[in-house]
Design a protein around this ligand. Structure first.
Ligand SMILES: [Fe+2]
Length: 326
């Protein structure tokens, strides 16, 4: 595989790290300043589709910088050029469609940290790739930090080999409680607990909601206050995907859901996971995290099978748009 391409120039960004020999993110810029525009980028991608996709897998994250993308429409066309199928978002994050495949990223309050996750990790069919576009960079903070998932497995195995293999063998069980929007008439965007179950499942009919959750591989328990607890499991702790050097990805949302008021994570048979294991995992994830400051017009591609990602708090305004791809 040739790791250079004359239609892109390899650049640098603050916060880059080299992990197992690969620079993350790989920064690609126009080969000359006059090619710093949407049309040139579109042409460069159409010409180098396969190469570009290889780079996403090899480096896990690719940042396009200096192409001055200006709109959701242009972003949509750039992603379309790859020919990857769209995958519809399913999950608790409040999102709004902006243009065709382009949606807002999580509209939860900017003051809150969105914890690291593989996109739609608990859903049977999750996206292989994510593309993000920075329309309005925040004045401060608001990075989209990401973490090479295999490093978490490696380090957890170094520190807690027995616990890791035990959880892996048993599998994980998660619960997530969503309220009913009949109870909460205020904006469902007002809390990081996300949407009501009616919004999340796209129906206010309980039987239909049950059918839809079953199809996604979940069970539900209705609560006296009209809310619902969704139960998922058993789910994996780690996963190995084709073409990714046999790396064992930390493909779970244990830290994000463990011991919260509206969610929990335990072993699939109900055995509790020791708190110190989860706390240490949280520290390791933060230590392995990589981030850069968004610039207007940036486009970032993630290999969703290889990276966890989150969102740091920021002041407004901040607008980052997203496309999820099969
Ligand atoms: Fe996400």
């Amino acid at each position: 595989m040739e790791y250079s391409c004359k239609d892109f120039k390899v650049g640098k960004c603050e916060g880059q790290k080299v992990v197992d020999g690969e620079t993350m993110p790989l920064v690609l810029q126009p080969p000359e300043p006059e090619k710093g525009n949407f049309e040139s980028l579109l042409m460069a991608i159409k010409k180098n589709k396969d190469w570009f996709e290889e780079m996403i897998i090899k480096n896990s994250a690719v940042l396009l910088r200096g192409f001055n993308l200006g709109s959701a429409e242009e972003f949509n066309e750039i992603v379309e050029a790859f020919g990857w199928d769209d995958i519809r978002y399913v999950g608790p994050a409040p999102r709004t469609q902006v243009y065709k495949r382009v949606w807002t990223a999580n509209e939860g309050p900017l003051s809150e940290f969105i914890y690291y996750h593989h996109e739609m990790v608990l859903i049977k069919e999750f996206p292989k790739k994510l593309a993000l576009f920075c329309e309005t960079p925040p004045p401060e903070g608001g990075q989209t930090p990401f973490v090479p998932s295999f490093r978490i497995t490696e380090r957890m195995l170094e520190e807690f080999p027995e616990a890791v293999e035990k959880i892996e063998a048993k599998g994980l069980k998660y619960t997530f409680t969503a309220q009913s929007n009949k109870k909460h008439t205020s904006s469902s965007f007002s809390s990081m607990r996300g949407r009501s179950w009616e919004d999340a499942f796209g129906t206010s009919d309980r039987a239909e909601a049950e059918r839809r959750t079953k199809a996604l591989g979940m069970d539900v328990e209705w609560l006296p206050d009209g809310g619902v607890t969704t139960i998922l499991g058993p789910r994996c702790l780690t996963k190995v995907f084709d073409g990714r050097k046999g790396r064992r990805m930390w493909f779970n949302t244990l830290v994000g859901m463990y011991g919260k008021s509206h969610s929990s994570a335990m072993m699939a048979d109900g055995e509790e996971i020791p708190e110190n294991v989860v706390k240490r995992c949280e520290e390791i994830i933060e230590e392995e995290s990589i981030q850069f400051d968004w610039e207007k017009g940036d486009v970032l591609f993630f290999d969703n099978l290889a990276l966890l990602h989150g969102r740091r708090p920021s002041l407004p305004p901040r607008r980052v748009l997203v496309v999820t791809c099969k």
